[in-house]
Ligand binder design. Structure first.
Ligand code: GRG
Length: 296
């Protein structure tokens, strides 16, 4: 009998970890401290949700996993870079991430900035090396990931987030910020598999595009809920840091109950987008539920 996606999650996590390990410079190579800090930023216990979304969308579309490794690794490297910068004193000023000292605490601020900086070109190098894809597909992947992490994506969202501390945003403004800050990379994870699929039709591409947008926002609403309800030793970062910084979040603006209801609504909207794929969508259905039910 075919295994469920949940049975393959551990295999995919190990698979992307092995590819990340092979892509990152060894800590023995100079400059050693920089390379060690890059590895620390990547290998300190992340859930690998974005790579899982790449592989899950790939399964749904029947894409060869060997082609999916490059976007899975590239997007995780960009994600790791964003967390290092997010934790810096100039941003959220956090000492703990994934239950361990943040990179600037474990090393120092300058090393953390440089290590994060170096992860970004490495991500694009990984895509450039995907020789089995055509030049056109590689270019589309570069554009997708560049947009998702740049000023019209994650970085823009982070800038809006920092400017919105203490502000009373409405739902549309708040979710626009979420769709950039957190949603852009999650959406790109799904779309990267579409770019690697030979001959996806426009209806299926539109369904996955919308699915990626819905779960991207749901991911951040759940993150906000965990910041209030989670325990520091489970979520791996100080509980209540959003409130401390007077962040504009779903719970702070509209309450916990409304946030839970919104998460549920986004989940069901996202699941409905998958109807067109029938049983092939089981991996994405599992991942969408995991995103809104996760405990960390
Ligand atoms: C300077 C170019 C430039 C960019 C920096 C800092 C930044 C832009 C963006 C940060 C965006 C950010 C941290 C969004 C929050 C996303 C989020 C909920 C992260 C947690 O993701 P998980 O739960 O983490 O997948 P793990 O630890 O499992 O990997």
């Amino acid at each position: 009998m075919a295994k469920n996606f949940s049975d393959r999650v551990g295999e995919y996590q190990q698979r992307v970890d092995a590819r990340l390990d092979a892509s990152l410079p060894s800590a023995d190579v100079a400059p050693q401290r920089l390379h060690e800090a890059m590895r620390y930023a990547v290998f300190n216990g992340g859930k690998r949700v974005r790579p899982l979304l790449v592989y899950g969308a790939g399964e749904c579309l029947g894409v060869d996993p060997d082609l999916l490794d490059a976007p899975a690794v590239a997007i995780e490297l960009i994600h790791a870079f964003s967390l290092v910068h997010d934790d810096l004193p100039a941003m959220d000023d956090d000492d703990l991430r994934r239950g361990k000292p943040t990179v600037h605490i474990r090393y120092d601020e300058a090393t953390a900035i440089l290590a994060a900086d170096a992860l970004v070109p490495l991500a694009f190098l990984v895509v450039a090396r995907l020789e089995r894809a055509s030049d056109a597909v590689r270019t589309s992947l570069v554009r997708l990931i560049a947009d998702a992490c740049g000023s019209v994506g994650m970085t823009g969202g982070q800038s809006i987030d920092l400017a919105a501390e203490g502000a009373r945003l409405n739902v549309a403004e708040l979710e626009h910020m979420y769709s950039l800050k957190t949603g852009a990379l999650i959406h790109a994870s799904i779309v990267s598999a579409c770019l690697l699929c030979d001959g996806i039709d426009s209806e299926r591409a539109a369904a996955l595009d919308a699915f990626g947008r819905d779960i991207g926002i749901a991911f951040q609403v759940k993150d906000d809920i965990l910041d209030i309800e989670g325990e520091t030793d489970v979520i791996g970062k100080p509980k209540g840091s959003d409130a401390k910084l007077d962040k504009a979040t779903w719970p702070s603006l509209f309450g916990l109950e409304a946030s839970r209801a919104r998460c549920d609504e986004l989940l069901h909207g996202a699941l409905a987008r998958l109807d067109i794929f029938g049983a092939d969508a089981a991996p994405l259905e599992w991942l969408a539920r995991f995103i809104v039910e996760r405990g960390r």
